[in-house]
Design a binder for this molecule. Structure first.
Ligand code: SAH
Ligand code: SF4
Length: 426
């Protein structure tokens, strides 16, 4: 979502005549888009801001701004820590940026109201060039998972009108994009008053010119059978669900306020696998939540071994001030958190490797996304299930879907060759 927001800001500022530069010394305005989900992300951002004090002092006319969730969360205290900053802007206030930058020397300006209506629907994002791009379908979140800062920094959930989303995707086609990822903290609850998420998927599926549709994130409690069936029946919607589990232990899930049990989660995975052939399922898993015992942790391990995710992002719990979990006793030692994290990283690596190995010998559609880092003569592309594949370019163009015979698997990468094969699809 932050990457998409940066594209919105780039679109907003370029329409005002600004130009993006990668060269620090050339820039007159420097914006740092920040994340607050974990303390580590904030520490890194603060470190980066610190290194920019020289950039600002070199020419005080320059403007240095911190935007995004950390700006929202910390507000004025950021000026105390980093007095050389010019402005602080939360995720609902980006429309004010051009004025803020143009209005000269407004010292220490903070714009962090959360009015819960901003959707930036009229701003055309400036995407990185490529074949795949993001489109936000909703902003904010109403779930209040007890560990999570997002509802406090991004406000209540609101859905964009379906026509704005469809228009934005139509424009992407004019710029040669062939894959779109629909974004929201919880896309499954998308509802613009007349259309739900399944309707949205169907309508995007009807747009000629788009070849693949992805979406994230799916909250397990809101992934309905209607959505599963729509994914299965819409040929452009990729058979891939990012379905954050967080924990395999019922008491922990309850303390996290996730709204599902272990059994409900595994039942959902079973249903998804029945309804969507060859569906790939990825997840987010957290260890060390307050009160997580060894037994709770082993429940997570057991579930990972049962479900066999294609891949997973794994995290150590990070207390976030203002959340409900912050009041709980953060009683799992840092050492234990690290040890548990190491165990699930290792386990997931083995599972992911086995899953990828199972694809060897199959003929799968791959969409070439960019030249492989390893060789200028090879494409890097992805399967509908989001597995990375490297293959010789031959006559295939960027963004041209092609059937590839998967021949080998090294680390997280599959290798294959272009083939006119008839068997298999995903
Ligand atoms: N809306 C999405 C993404 C939320 S943030 C969802 O509901 O899944 C992405 C991931 O960061 C979460 O799934 C969670 O695993 C992790 N996360 C969020 N808050 C965290 C915290 N306080 N400590 C550690 N990990 C956290
Ligand atoms: Fe955070 Fe939960 Fe909302 Fe995801 S669903 S953004 S984890 S509160």
């Amino acid at each position: 979502m932050n990457k998409y927001d940066s594209e919105i800001i780039a679109g907003l500022l370029t329409s005002e005549g600004y130009r993006i530069t990668e060269k620090e010394e050339e820039a007159t305005v420097y914006l740092i888009n920040t994340c607050s989900v974990r303390e580590h992300a904030e520490k890194r951002a603060l470190g980066r801001i610190g290194t920019l004090s020289h950039w600002k002092r070199h020419n005080p006319q320059r403007k240095l701004g911190v935007i995004g969730c950390m700006a929202q969360r910390m507000g004025e205290t950021l000026f105390i820590q980093k007095p050389f900053l010019d402005f602080i802007l939360g995720p609902d206030e980006y429309s004010k940026l051009p004025d803020l930058i143009a209005n000269g020397h407004q010292e220490h300006c903070t714009e962090i109201s959360l009015h819960g209506i901003e959707s930036y629907s009229t701003i055309e994002p400036k995407r990185r060039s490529g074949i795949d791009g993001f489109v936000a379908v909703s902003r904010g979140c109403n779930n209040y998972c007890s560990y999570c800062i997002v509802p406090y920094t991004r406000g209540r959930e609101r859905s964009r009108p379906i026509h704005d989303i469809l228009d934005e995707i139509e424009k992407m086609i004019d710029e040669n994009y062939v894959e779109v990822t629909l974004l929201g903290q919880n896309v499954n609850t998308y509802n613009d008053g007349q259309h739900d998420f399944a309707d949205l998927l169907q309508q995007v599926n009807n747009i000629a010119g788009i070849h693949r549709i992805r979406f994230m994130t799916s909250h397990p409690k809101d992934l309905t059978d209607k959505i599963l069936q729509t994914v299965a029946s819409s040929e452009k919607v990729c058979p891939h669900l990012h379905l954050p589990l967080q924990s395999g232990s019922d008491p922990i899930l309850s303390k996290m306020n996730r709204g599902y049990t272990r059994k409900e989660y595994t039942n959902l995975v079973d249903r998804a696998r029945r309804v969507i052939p060859d569906v790939s399922i990825t997840s987010d898993i957290m260890v060390g939540f307050p009160g997580e015992t060894e037994t709770d942790f082993q429940e997570t391990v057991r579930l990972m071994k049962d479900v066999l995710f294609d891949d997973a992002f794994t995290y150590r719990y990070s207390p976030r001030e203002g959340t409900k979990a912050f009041q709980m006793n953060d009683d799992v030692s840092e050492q234990k958190k690290r040890h548990r994290l190491d165990q699930i990283i290792k386990l997931q690596r083995q599972i992911s490797f086995k899953k990828r190995q199972n694809l060897i010998g199959r003929c799968i559609e791959v969409l070439p996304e960019k030249t492989s880092k390893q060789s200028p003569d090879e494409w890097m592309g992805k399967t509908p299930g989001d597995h990375v594949v490297i293959f010789p370019k031959k006559h295939i163009r960027l963004g041209q879907p092609v059937k590839v015979l998967i021949e080998s698997c090294r680390g997280s990468t599959l290798r294959g060759k272009i083939l006119n094969c008839k068997t298999g699809n995903n």
